[in-house]
Design a protein around this ligand. Structure first.
Ligand code: NAD
Length: 382
C-alpha cells in the first residue's frame, strides 16, 4: 500500500493547495494511505478535521512523514532539504519548472530521487484530465480580464443612456492558446469589442467562434510543434508582427498578452514606443511578465504606470482564484496518480514505458530520463 504525502506549500506566497478533502476519498478508495500536513487546506477554508473525515491522517512532523513517502505531491516543487528526507524510491510530483532548474536537477540525479513535472504532461486527449498547464492557464485567462477591468477607468460593455452612449471597450488579446481563448470568452461576456491574434493560423476559427475578430497578419510559414505549441518566429517575422499589430494596440483600451513558447523565453511583442501611442489610462496585462515578458515595460510581480498606461505583471494569476485553481490542480494530480496506480500491488508505480511518464518524468534512479530536458541541459548537468 502506497503512502501519499501532501505538504503545506513550500513557497510562502503560494495560495493554492494540492489536495482537497474530496481527493482524499478517491485516494483512499485506491488503497493509499494519505498523510496531510496540519493546516494544509486552511487558506482555502478547509480544517484538518475535513481531511480526517475524508480518511486522511494529519501530521505535524514533516520529516517523519516524508521518510514514509512513496510519493510527495505539491503545487510548487519541494525544497531539496525536504526531498533528502524521502526514501530513494520516492517520487515527487509538482510544477517543477524543469527549464529553469539545472542545479536542482543535478542534486536530484546525485540523490537518485524521481521527479515528475506537471508542465511536461502531454497535451493529448488521453491526458486532458491531468493537464495542469491548461487548467491553470484557463483560470489565468479569466483572472487577467478581471484585473484589467478593475484597473481601467471605464466599463467594458456599450451602454446607451439618456446621459449619452458609452462605446464598448476595445480589448486586444495577443496569443490565443488556452489562456488567451478564456480571456477572449471572458471579455466577450463582459460586452467588450474583442480582437485577437495568434501566430498559429488554425486558431483564427476558434477566435471567431467566440464572437471575436481575428487580426490577420501575413507572416509566411509559422507552424507548430507536434505537441501543438507555436514555433519561435524569425527576427524578421517578429518585426512584421510588431509593426502590423501596433495600430491595433495603440487604439485599444485593454491589451492582454498571453504569447508563450514552450520551454523558451516568451517573445517580446510590445515595445515602449507602441505603449507611448496608447491612450493614457489604458491597461496592458502581461501574462508572461514572470518569465521575461511579452511587453518591454512590464516587471514581474508589479503593476506600474508607463507613459500613462497601467502595466500589470502579477504572474500569480491562478492563485488569485486559489480555491478553484486548487480544485482543478488537485484533480489533475489525482488523475495522474490513478493513471500510475498499479491495482495488483495497490501502489503508485513509476512505469518509464508509459506515454505519460515518457513525457513527464524528469529524473529517475539517478538518470536524467527526459529527452527534452536532456537536450536543454546536455552540458550543464552532465
Ligand atoms: P502556450 O502557453 O505555449 O502559448 C500561448 C499562445 O501563444 C499559443 O496559442 C501560441 O501559439 C501563442 N504565441 C506564441 N508566439 C506568439 C506570437 N509571437 N504572437 C502571438 N501569439 C503567439 O500555449 P498553450 O495555451 O499552453 O497551448 C497551445 C496549444 O497546445 C493549444 O492551443 C493546443 O493546440 C495545444 N493543447 C492541446 C491540448 C489537448 O489536446 N489536450 C490541451 C492543451 C493545449
Amino acid at each position: 500500500m502506497s503512502v501519499l504525502v501532501f505538504v503545506k506549500e513550500p513557497h510562502h506566497l503560494e495560495k493554492r493547495c494540492a489536495l482537497l478533502p474530496d481527493n482524499v476519498k478517491v485516494y483512499k478508495k485506491l488503497g493509499a494511505t494519505v498523510l496531510c500536513e496540519t493546516e494544509i487546506g486552511l487558506t482555502l477554508g478547509f480544517e484538518d478535521q475535513d481531511y480526517i473525515d475524508a480518511g486522511g491522517e494529519i501530521y505535524t512532523d514533516r520529516s517523519l512523514a516524508l521518510s514514509k513517502a512513496d510519493a510527495v505531491l505539491s503545487v510548487r516543487p519541494l525544497p531539496l532539504a525536504d526531498i533528502e528526507k524521502t526514501p530513494e524510491t520516492c517520487c515527487s510530483i509538482s510544477f517543477f519548472d524543469p527549464f529553469n532548474n539545472p542545479d536542482k536537477i543535478k542534486a536530484l540525479l546525485a540523490n537518485k530521487r524521481s521527479t515528475i513535472s506537471m508542465e511536461l504532461i502531454p497535451r493529448s486527449t488521453r491526458c486532458q484530465k491531468m493537464d495542469a498547464l491548461s487548467s491553470q492557464a484557463s483560470l489565468a485567462g479569466y483572472v487577467m480580464v478581471l484585473k484589467a477591468m478593475t484597473n481601467i477607468n471605464k466599463i467594458l460593455p456599450m451602454m446607451m443612456t439618456p446621459a449619452g452612449t458609452l462605446k464598448p471597450a476595445k480589448v486586444f488579446i495577443i496569443g490565443a492558446g488556452v489562456a488567451g481563448l478564456q480571456a477572449i470568452a471572458t471579455a466577450k461576456r463582459m460586452g467588450a469589442n474583442v480582437i485577437a491574434y495568434d501566430t498559429r493560423p488554425e486558431v483564427a476559427q476558434q477566435v471567431q467562434s467566440l464572437g471575436a475578430k481575428f487580426l490577420n497578419i501575413d507572416l509566411g510559414e509559422t507552424g507548430s510543434t507536434d505537441q501543438g505549441y507555436a514555433k519561435a518566429l524569425t527576427d524578421k517575422q517578429l518585426q512584421i508582427q510588431q509593426q502590423a499589430q501596433a495600430d491595433c494596440i495603440a487604439t485599444s483600451d485593454i491589451v492582454i498578452t498571453t504569447a508563450q513558447l514552450f520551454g523558451r523565453k516568451p517573445p517580446l511583442l510590445i515595445t515602449n514606443d507602441v505603449i507611448a501611442r496608447m491612450k493614457p489610462g489604458s491597461v496592458i496585462v502581461d501574462m508572461a511578465a514572470q518569465d521575461g515578458g511579452n511587453v518591454e515595460a512590464s516587471k514581474a510581480g508589479e503593476t506600474l504606470i508607463f507613459k500613462g498606461v497601467k502595466i500589470i505583471g502579477n504572474g500569480d494569476w491562478a492563485g488569485e482564484v486559489a480555491l478553484d485553481a486548487s480544485q482543478m490542480y488537485a484533480n489533475n494530480l489525482q488523475a495522474l496518480v490513478q493513471d500510475m496506480w498499479n491495482k495488483d500491488l495497490s501502489a503508485i508505480e513509476v512505469n518509464q514505458e508509459d506515454d505519460v511518464l515518457l513525457s513527464a518524468l524528469v529524473t529517475h534512479k539517478g538518470e536524467l530520463v527526459n529527452a527534452i530536458i536532456k537536450s536543454q541541459y546536455s552540458k550543464e548537468v552532465a
